[in-house]
Design a protein around this ligand. Structure first.
Ligand SMILES: [Zn+2]
Length: 213
């Protein structure tokens, strides 16, 4: 544990309250079952506020939000970071423009990840809601959402994600049988991306059920 806190306590208080109110809403949608899922926001160029391990997200409190550095080490706290912290911090390290990372385990995300694991991606094409993703101006486009094999080895999983980050603008990925990572420049954008992914995966699953794709 590093006791040399050099982040702003007022920035932490502000981000913690933003995380808590948003996470409670996402939890109410059923996207964070059984204490799963984790959420973070950038505090400054070296620190991230993130949910600590194993908390019920529907009852999340500001005290459950801890600070880690960009290597994922706890800063000035005895709280334990989630095993998946590295998947958050690699995104903040990758781009100073990333300010918020949301990781959920909804049923739609989980089923979609299983169905498309073999293909390694889900293609989303022709939907009006593709305009929800930053940089997309039209529905006449397609994005491929990667599906990675699940792993408890975060260094290996982060390595696979890292290669993808250099392949072009991307706002999320799925992990097989696990859930979704989505991000953006701030909470509002990350949440818009998360909700768009959820909606579009649900459409793809409905189409599959109806035999249309
Ligand atoms: Zn997870």
């Amino acid at each position: 544990m590093n006791n040399h806190a050099s982040f702003s306590p007022s920035a932490l208080a502000e981000k913690a309250s933003e995380i808590v109110s948003n996470v409670r809403e996402l939890s109410a949608l059923g996207w964070t079952p059984a204490t799963s899922s984790n959420f973070s926001m950038r505090l400054d160029s070296r620190h991230v506020a993130i949910t600590s391990s194993g908390k019920d997200k529907g009852r999340l409190k500001s005290e459950d939000i801890m600070v880690v550095d960009l290597e994922g080490h706890a800063v000035a706290t005895s709280l334990k970071p989630s095993a998946e912290t590295l998947l958050h911090t690699q995104l903040y390290k990758h781009s100073p423009g990333i300010g918020c990372v949301l990781h959920t385990h909804s049923r739609v995300q989980t089923v979609a990840s299983r169905l498309y694991a073999k293909a390694g991606k889900i293609r989303l094409e022709g939907y009006e809601l593709l305009k929800a993703f930053r940089g997309n101006e039209t529905h006449e486009t397609a994005i491929d959402v990667p599906v990675f094999p699940n792993s408890q080895d975060m260094i290996s999983l982060a390595g696979k994600v890292q290669r993808l980050l250099y392949s072009g603008p991307i706002w999320g990925y799925l992990i097989d049988g696990h859930g979704l990572y989505a991000w953006g420049q701030d909470m509002a954008e990350a949440r818009r991306h998360l909700e768009a992914f959820e909606f579009l995966f649900a459409c793809e699953l409905d189409l599959r059920r109806l035999g249309a794709n």
